[in-house]
Ligand binder design. Sequence first.
Ligand code: A3P
Length: 325
Amino acid sequence: MTGSKQRRDPRPLPKKLLSPVAKGGSGVLRFGAGILANSSIALDWLRLKYLDYVPRPDDIFIVTYPRSGTTWLQMILYQMTTDGEMNFTHISEVVPWFEQSTLHRRNIESLPSPRAFKTHLHYNGIFSIPKASCRYIYMIRNGKDVLVSYYHFYKSHLGYKGTFPEFFKRFMRGKVQYGSWFKHVAQWRANPRRLNILYLRYEDMLRDPEGGMREIADFCGFDIPTEKWPVILERTSFAFMKQYELKFDPAIEVLWQLHGTRVGAFLRKGKSGYAKEYLTPEQEAKFEQAFEKWLGGTGLTFEAPATATPANPTAPVGSAGSKSG
Ligand code: A3P
């Protein structure tokens, strides 16, 4: 080398140092992705609250902290405002979950009046309930029962692997999906903006469902014909709703919202031979070719009644006709 300084190749960083750097890098990326995802949720939310949601005076918000009887109220409102038929896929189809509706691009404007929405939104804060001249029904449940019910829900639906004592600490710190139960209840009860709220207790509804439902009907201004009451009471009973549990299960709600999954299409027909109505002659031929290749020598056929038992699957099954028709 003449005059100029020798350029040294950068030495590779020792692994010990590299790993935290790499980790830091991926942490930064994750942080960035988190911010983007959160800001997209925030934007969606602001759009819903200030643009998409146009309040109507007869709107009804069912407000609860999760596991306080929200679904029960959804069903009560549905039964009171419609013919009450059970031909919906999920209750959210007819009584939408307000804060989830933008996420799934639900057109809440197209819903007929009176609209009822479920929500778990807090009273105060950025992601808080729209304050409108409509009706709000706030159902409160004993926080200890909420805690236990929520723990089971975390385990059954959210993959929670922790113990009950761990969940207890989380709940008490408000480190669960919808934050602090205490704060939720305290703010909604304080109601500084004087919203039109009917307060109900889950325990009172259990003790006297008809009394509670009549309060709801009065509050909402529903004139329910006498002969409809027994039907409403029957269909909103725990036993009836348990029979139709999938129509209330949030796991099905997610499938329906994201993929349009329709429950009741799994056990489809229970008959044989209808593939003929679906396959073109070319598809039939291709299938037969493959069948011949893989199963041609086995004597398997689906035309004649089977003579083999599952215990003897290699015995010839029937004889004549197309092998797979
Ligand atoms: P448990 O887990 O104690 O059984 P949410 O809908 O807000 O998530 O609340 C769920 C709780 O409400 C569950 O409590 C559920 O059993 C209860 N619930 C739902 N439908 C009910 C009904 N018809 N009568 C009484 N409780 C009902």
